[in-house]
Design a protein. Structure first.
Length: 149
C-alpha cells in the first residue's frame, strides 16, 4: 500500500498479535496518529541518542533484546534487556507481501524519511548484540514503538 496500513505476522492475529503486535507500513507513522497524546514515534536522531546511551551501536542491541529463546532463535547473542525495551523478533513484511522468518529479527520504523519512497528504521537480530540502521521501502511492514515526548 501507499496509504496507511498494517497487518499481523503471517496474516494470523490469533497466533501473533499478542506476542509481536502489528507490522505497519511507514504511512501511518507519518500521520502522527499512531501514538497517544504526549508520545511519538522516535526519529532517526532519537534512536541514535538511545543507542549511544546504551554503549553504542555495537552493544545496544543486546541491551534492548528480550532475554532467552522463548521468542528469539538461539543463541540470542548478548541479550540482557538492561534497557527494559524487551525487543521481540516480530520480523517484518517486505513490500511484495512476503514475511521474513519469525524469531530471528525485529525491526522498528523511525519517523524519519530517507527519500520519497524509503524511510529509516532500526533492527536487532538473534546472532549479535548490535543495533543496525537501515532504510526500506515505505510499503514494507515493521514494528513501531512510541516514546514519551
Amino acid at each position: 500500500l501507499s496509504s496507511p496500513g498494517y497487518c499481523w505476522y503471517n496474516n494470523d492475529p490469533a497466533t501473533y498479535k499478542e506476542t509481536y503486535g502489528a507490522l505497519y507500513n511507514w504511512y501511518p507513522v507519518n500521520t502522527g496518529r499512531l501514538c497517544p497524546t504526549g508520545w511519538h514515534i522516535p526519529t532517526d536522531a532519537d534512536w541514535t541518542i538511545l543507542t549511544t546511551y546504551l554503549g553504542g551501536q555495537d552493544m545496544a542491541g543486546g541491551k534492548l533484546k528480550e532475554t532467552g529463546t522463548s521468542h528469539w532463535l538461539s543463541p540470542n547473542t548478548g541479550a540482557s534487556n538492561e534497557s527494559g525495551f524487551t525487543a521481540r523478533p516480530g520480523c517484518g513484511r517486505v513490500a511484495n507481501g512476503v514475511f521474513c522468518p519469525i524469531g530471528g529479527y525485529g525491526g522498528w520504523w523511525t519517523a524519519s524519511e530517507n527519500s520519497a519512497t524509503t524511510a529509516f528504521g532500526r533492527d536487532v537480530n538473534y546472532g549479535n548484540r548490535s543495533v543496525n540502521k537501515y532504510y526500506d521501502s515505505k510499503q514494507a511492514g515493521f514494528s513501531v514503538r512510541c516514546v514519551k515526548d
